[in-house]
Design a protein around this ligand. Structure first.
Ligand SMILES: C[S@@+](CC[C@H](N)C(=O)[O-])C[C@H]1O[C@@H](n2cnc3c(N)ncnc32)[C@H](O)[C@@H]1O
Length: 264
């Protein structure tokens, strides 16, 4: 891997939620441009999974939400309750700002409108924002390197766990990634779903001036780790991407849906 592993202390000190959002997330009220097609890909796949393929249930846990809410815009139509989580206090605070309509909160309008358009009515974006705010019931601390990522809380396994671009950033190497996947997978009940958005074939991403490591993953490595954690792959679609050096060296994004085997 190029550069050093950026562990928890580096995240605590240098991961600035506002810088992350400014650099990586398209915002405003225009339309999603070509360079943002990675986001369009993710939002379309999540729309399909939750609204067309019918993945639904009582509770969804989003692992490593960061300061972001876009990944939950379709899920709030299919789950009664969403639990957002992140390792960093500053990210949890940034999300709370959006939930409380703080004037300094990030402007997610563009993403919200895009998802509303997928659902058939771009004009319903304010209702959608309200619905998501009501559905996110908790914002909890999590650490994917712990056997129970939500420790000290112990929750009943839930019907769906979602995670976007988290484990590959949180883990130092492939063995740690595989074990983190088992930790996160343990939060899913038998027959429930795991949905992952994965950065493929990359070694870093930028947040402001700071470079954060991620582990180099080929789709096959992700599939093997998911199977080893007790899941069957339902679908795994990939999109080739090329970022500029000031953003990341990631070469693709993977969208994976897996289902936990029923215990014998
Ligand atoms: C690239 S960001 C992705 C954020 C968000 N999911 C998104 O798609 O915009 C990676 C996230 O992983 C979180 N993270 C880093 N180490 C972690 C750990 N050990 N456990 C849980 N989350 C962690 C960071 O705080 C950060 O929010």
């Amino acid at each position: 891997m190029e550069g050093e592993f950026t562990g928890k202390e580096v995240y605590r000190q240098h991961f600035d939620p506002k810088e992350f959002l400014k650099l990586h997330v398209p915002f405003g009220s225009g339309s999603l441009a070509v360079r943002e097609r990675g986001y369009a890909f993710i939002l379309e796949k999540l729309h399909k999974a939750f609204l067309l393929d019918g993945i639904q249930g009582e509770t969804l846990i989003d692992i490593g939400s960061g300061p972001s809410i876009h990944q939950l815009l379709s899920a709030c139509e299919s789950f009664q309750e969403i639990i957002a989580t992140d390792f960093l206090e500053q990210n949890r605070e940034e999300m709370q700002k959006w939930l409380k309509k703080d004037p300094e909160a990030f402007d997610w309008t563009l993403m919200v409108k895009y998802v509303c358009q997928l659902e058939g009515d771009r004009e319903k974006w304010m209702e959608k924002e309200e619905k998501l705010r009501k559905t996110i019931k908790q914002v909890l601390k999590c650490d994917v390197t712990q056997t129970n990522p939500l420790d000290p809380l112990v929750l009943q396994p839930v019907s769906c766990v979602l995670s976007t671009y988290c484990l590959e950033s949180a883990c130092e190497d492939l063995p740690t990634y595989r074990s983190a996947l088992k930790n996160v997978g343990s939060l899913v009940q038998a027959g429930g779903h795991l949905i992952f958005v994965v950065a493929l074939r990359g070694t870093y991403y930028m947040v402001g001036q700071h470079k954060f490591s991620c582990i180099y993953l080929e789709p096959k490595m992700v599939e093997e780790a998911v199977k080893e954690a007790g899941f069957g792959i339902v679908c795994f679609e990939t999109l080739d991407m090329n970022f500029t050096q000031d953003l990341a060296d990631v070469q693709g994004v993977g969208f994976l849906v897996a289902q936990k085997h029923n215990e014998a």
